[in-house]
Design a protein around this ligand. Structure first.
Ligand code: SF4
Length: 280
């Protein structure tokens, strides 16, 4: 059954909402809705004017967020001792325009996390015992190379399997190819964006890319199947999505859950999990 979400009997839920109401509702319904973090909060300028954090002078250093693969544009607020105090969205970034999600805003906590691994550690106790000693990069790399060569000598190069994930792993992929193993597999690709990338290429003949080139600016109707914008996607897309809703674009959401997007939909189709293909 398709549930028409608009107009709702309860005027509170009517989708004809102003931008102010929309923002208020998203704040209440989703702490994780990433759209909000880059919003200008009136009065904040007086407390933290540009170049200051509290009473401290800071420099703003432009970079990219490393908390996930979207790489939103950031401004690191760094004090005179070089300490990162805070991360803001970079308003000059062409896609994210100053927006960061909650995770991105917390990026400086990762930089100073006491458990952050900053140098190689070698296990000295039994496996699982949790005993390690700090070693130099030369020691770690020599140990790694020696072990790999021993395995190749004894069992052949194909005895080593490599499971890469992410851009950084590409460098090791070249190393593994040079080493001679054909066993390079990426299960995360098959579970994550692989079907999307391969399906798109087979259907349209080109790569879909990330983020997908969606025409939020001009669309009159958005249909979401297998996506839940507003919960964990690119901050720039959240902004485009919110702008499209504000412009009056219709929204149909196919999702078993009453997701953030479903809450804002004109029609919500809560299909049974696993029946997407039957629907299509
Ligand atoms: S979506 Fe969030 S975590 Fe990912 S890069 Fe952007 S701000 Fe960082």
């Amino acid at each position: 059954m398709i549930y028409p979400c608009k107009p709702h009997k309860n005027p509170e839920h009517n989708m004809s909402i102003s931008r102010r109401d929309f923002l208020k509702k998203t704040t209440l319904s989703a702490g994780a809705f990433t759209l909000l973090s880059g919003m200008k909060v009136h009065g904040m300028e007086a407390i933290h004017p540009k170049g200051w954090k509290g009473r401290q002078r800071v420099s703003e250093i432009a970079s990219i967020c490393e908390m996930c693969f979207w790489r939103c544009g950031i401004l690191g607020n760094v004090d005179k001792h070089g300490k990162l105090l805070k991360i803001d969205g970079n308003p000059e970034h062409p896609l994210t325009e100053g927006r960061l999600c909650a995770r991105g805003n917390a990026g400086h906590k990762l930089a100073y996390d006491p458990d952050r691994l900053k140098y190689p550690l070698m296990r000295v106790g039994k496996r699982g015992e949790g005993k390690f000693k700090r070693v130099s990069w030369d020691e770690a790399l020599d140990f790694f190379a020696k072990k790999l060569l021993e395995i190749r000598e004894k069992h052949g190069a194909e005895a080593v399997g490599f499971f890469p994930h992410g851009i950084q792993a590409r460098f090791f992929e070249h190393l593994m190819k040079g080493f001679g193993t054909p066993n390079i597999v990426e299960p995360a690709f098959a579970q994550c964006r692989g079907p999307r990338d391969v399906g798109y290429k087979l259907t349209f003949g080109n790569n879909v890319g990330s983020p997908e080139p969606l025409d939020f600016e001009n669309t009159k109707m958005m249909v979401f199947i297998g996506t839940h914008i507003g919960e964990n996607v690119f901050t720039g897309q959240n902004l485009q999505f919110a702008n499209a809703l504000e412009r009056g674009a219709k929204l149909i959401v196919v999702d078993p859950r009453f997701s953030i997007a479903a809450q804002k939909a004109d029609y919500w189709l809560p299909l049974k999990p696993g029946t997407d293909t039957a629907l299509l």
